[in-house]
Ligand binder design. Structure first.
Ligand code: IMP
Ligand code: MG
Length: 191
């Protein structure tokens, strides 16, 4: 285990099993439904999840990405969220499934949904791997969720702290003494 990790919450095996379950549900819901499906992964955090999910989904689908940038502290999202990279695909008339790493306050997903809704999809749903309880500022209808987690800062499986730890195959709680809290540093944070 990485020395910066306090505890492992989800092993590689447990994550793989859950991704397969989510993909099976997505296939059930979209398989028999007419129309085209497009997964839109939110960069950068969802990359690892997106790569696993797309390979488990049997229903033919397109894959694209979107990026939002938020401003504020490094372990908390705050302030304005701006879409800085738009999907290249024409999403009009498609079943769009937004794929995100984590649903925390909901600020990022809310902004991404606003953007995607304006693309006139046939349907629009959300799939997140992790959902942090008790932190909601913006409520979103999340149809597919991997795991509910406590309000701790997690890393691994695509999730970062200052762009580190995305490569960990498991998800763990980052040691508190590895976190430089808000106020200690200002500036822009890419999510
Ligand atoms: P929200 O806008 O507050 O819902 O925050 C969502 C974004 O904050 C995610 O896309 C992540 O990039 C980041 N985030 C929130 N909680 C965590 C965490 O525990 N670990 C790593 N990133 C997180
Ligand atoms: Mg991030």
């Amino acid at each position: 285990m990485n020395d910066d990790i306090e505890t492992i919450l989800f092993s590689e095996e447990i994550i793989a099993q859950r991704v397969a379950e989510l993909a099976a549900r997505i296939d059930e819901d979209y398989g028999a439904r007419g129309g085209e499906l497009a997964l839109v992964g939110a960069l950068t955090g969802s990359l690892v999840f997106l790569a696993d999910l797309t390979r488990h989904i049997r229903t033919p689908h397109a894959v694209d990405t979107i990026r939002a940038r938020s401003y504020g502290a490094s372990t908390r999202s705050s302030g304005a969220v701006r879409v800085t990279h738009k999907p290249l695909l024409d999403l009009a008339g498609k079943h769009v499934l937004l794929v995100e790493d984590i649903y925390d306050t909901g600020r990022t997903i809310t902004r991404l949904l606003e953007h995607l809704r304006a693309c006139n999809p046939r349907s629009l749903e959300v799939c997140v791997m992790f959902s942090k309880r008790g932190r909601r500022l913006f409520r979103v209808n999340v149809k597919y969720r991997g795991f509910e987690i406590p309000d701790r800062f997690i890393v691994g499986y695509g999730l970062d702290y200052n762009e580190k730890y995305r490569n960990l195959p498991y998800v763990g709680v980052l040691r508190k003494d590895r976190i430089i809290e808000a106020g200690n540093h200002a500036g822009k944070k890419r999510r």
